[in-house]
Design a protein around this ligand. Structure first.
Ligand code: ATP
Ligand code: MG
Length: 406
C-alpha cells in the first residue's frame, strides 16, 4: 500500500468552485494511476491523499502524477499517528539507510490542535535525527528535507517531495478546439491550454492526396503524446487540398496564406462548436512568419465568433522549442513533412492584408461551400491513453474514420 500526499495551490484560490476543482483533480489522479492497480483518493483539509494498493515502483507513481495538472507537488509518504513517538519512528524509516550530510525537518500543522507547535516539532525531531546520523542541520540547502504534516488524528511523513506540473485540473475550464499542424508551435499551444484546465479537441488540415500522407501521421503521433496529459482526446482530420485548389484559382499569391488561415478558422469553429468548444487555439506568435503580423492576425480573427486564443503570442522560437522538448513533442514535430500550407504557397506572402482586399478576393470564392466541404469531409479519431501515462496505444480501428465519421 502506498500513500501519496498531493498538494495543490492555485485551486485553493477558487472559492465557490473549489469542490468542483477538487473533485476533478481527484478523478484525474485516479485516471492517471488507474493502470497501477486499485486506488482511491481522500480529500483532507488542504491536501489530497491517494492510496495505491500493491508493491509499486516510486518512479511509476511519479511518472503518472507528474503529469496531472493541478498538482503543485506530491510525495510518497508514510501515514502515521500524530503523537511524537510515532512521528519519530516514521522519521527513522525515512532517514534509515540514507546518506546525507545535511537535513532539515519541515513540520506543519493543518490545525493548531496538536500539543506541539511546528517549531517544537522541528526541534525535537531534528534532535532525534542528529542523535542517529552524522549530519548537520541546514535550513537553507538541506540534502534531505523531512516533511511532517500533522492533521487531526493522523500525520504524514516523507522525505522526497517532487514538483507537479501546476496549472488546473483538465476538464475544469471547458473545451477548446486547437488547430494542430505538424509543426513545433501548435502542440505547445494546445498543451498550455490543457495546463489551464481545458480539454483540447484537435483539428488538423491535411492535403492528401495532393501531398504524401505524412502530416496526418504526425498529427496522430502528437495527439497521442499530448493525450497523456488529458487521458482522452478527439482529433478531426480535415481534407484541405481541394479547398486550397479553389483558393489558388481565385486568390493572388500574396493573399493566399491569410485566406487559407481564415478558411481553417471557419472550419475549426464549426467543428469545435460541435464538440462544445468555447474558444479556438493556434500556435501563432507575433511576427514569426508573414501570416503572423498584427495586420494579418487581425484578418484571421475577423472570421471567428469564438475567441481565438494564442498562448504563444509573446514567446520566441527558442522558448517554444524548449517547451516542446520538455513535453516530448519536439522530436515528432521536426520529422520532415510537407505541410499543407507549403502547397501552393507563394514566395512573397503579404504582410499587411487589408480588410477590403481580403473581402474582395473572398467574394470570388464560395466560402460557405468550402467550409461545408471541409466540415463534412472531416474524420474523427479518438485517443484514449490507458489510465496512467505509460506506453500509449494507437487509436482503435473502430475509432478511426468509420464509426466516428461525422
Ligand atoms: P506551427 O509550428 O504550429 O505549425 P508555424 O509557426 O509553422 O506554427 P503557421 O504555419 O503560420 O505557423 O501556422 C500558424 C498556426 O495555424 C499554427 O500554429 C496552427 O495553429 C495553425 N495551422 C497551420 N497549419 C495547420 C494545419 N495544417 N492544420 C491545423 N492547423 C494549422
Ligand atoms: Mg506550421
Amino acid at each position: 500500500m502506498h500513500t501519496v500526499v498531493v498538494h495543490y495551490h492555485e485551486i485553493s484560490l477558487k472559492r465557490g468552485n473549489r469542490p468542483l476543482f477538487l473533485r476533478r483533480l481527484g478523478e484525474n489522479l485516479l485516471r492517471a494511476v488507474g493502470d497501477l492497480g486499485p486506488a482511491r483518493v481522500e480529500q483532507l483539509p488542504g491536501r489530497m491523499v491517494l492510496r495505491l494498493d500493491g508493491d509499486l515502483e516510486a518512479g511509476a507513481i511519479a511518472d503518472r502524477i507528474g503529469r496531472v495538472f493541478g498538482v503543485a507537488n506530491f510525495a510518497v509518504a508514510e501515514r502515521t499517528s500524530p503523537d511524537m513517538d510515532a512521528l519519530k519512528r516514521a522519521v527513522d524509516r525515512v532517514t534509515e539507510g540514507r546518506r546525507f550530510e545535511s537535513f532539515r525537518i519541515t513540520a506543519r500543522r493543518a490545525f493548531k490542535t496538536s500539543p506541539l507547535s511546528s517549531l517544537e516539532m522541528n526541534r525535537e525531531l531534528g534532535a532525534h535525527v542528529l542523535a542517529r546520523h552524522p549530519a548537520r542541520v541546514s535550513l537553507e540547502h538541506p540534502e534531505l528535507n523531512v516533511h511532517v504534516e500533522v492533521l487531526p488524528g493522523q500525520a504524514f511523513v516523507y522525505g522526497d517531495r517532487r514538483p507537479g506540473p501546476g496549472g488546473l485540473p483538465v476538464g475544469s475550464s471547458g473545451v477548446v478546439a486547437a488547430l494542430l499542424s505538424g509543426g513545433i508551435d501548435s502542440p505547445v499551444a494546445a498543451w498550455r491550454l490543457m495546463k489551464r484546465g481545458c480539454r483540447v479537441t484537435f483539428v488538423h488540415f491535411h492535403s492528401v492526396p495532393y501531398l504524401p500522407d505524412v502530416s496526418r501521421g504526425k498529427a496522430r503521433a502528437l495527439v497521442e503524446r499530448l493525450t497523456a496529459w488529458q487521458y482522452v482526446s478527439r482529433l478531426y482530420l480535415v481534407p484541405f487540398g481541394e479547398i486550397q485548389r479553389a483558393v489558388v484559382l481565385a486568390v493572388p499569391g500574396p493573399l493566399r496564406v491569410v485566406v487559407y488561415r481564415r478558411l481553417m478558422l471557419r472550419i475549426a469553429e464549426v467543428i469545435g462548436r460541435s464538440s462544445g468548444a468555447l474558444a479556438l487555439v493556434t500556435g501563432e506568435s507575433v511576427g514569426q512568419v508573414a501570416s503572423q503580423t498584427l495586420h494579418n492576425l487581425a484578418r484571421v480573427d475577423e472570421v471567428a465568433d469564438l475567441p481565438v486564443l494564442r498562448p504563444l503570442i509573446g514567446m520566441d522560437k527558442i522558448e517554444i522549442t524548449a517547451q516542446a522538448e520538455a513535453i516530448g513533442t519536439f522530436g515528432i514535430s521536426i520529422e520532415p513533412d510537407a505541410d499543407c500550407c507549403t502547397l501552393f504557397v507563394p514566395k512573397n506572402p503579404g504582410t499587411r492584408a487589408s480588410r477590403e482586399e481580403i473581402d474582395a478576393v473572398e467574394s470570388r470564392l464560395d466560402v460557405a461551400g468550402l467550409v461545408t466541404l471541409g466540415v463534412t469531409g472531416a474524420e474523427l479519431e479518438t485517443f484514449d491513453s490507458p489510465p496512467g501515462a505509460g506506453p500509449m496505444r494507437p487509436p482503435s480501428a473502430a475509432a478511426r474514420g468509420g464509426a466516428g465519421r461525422r
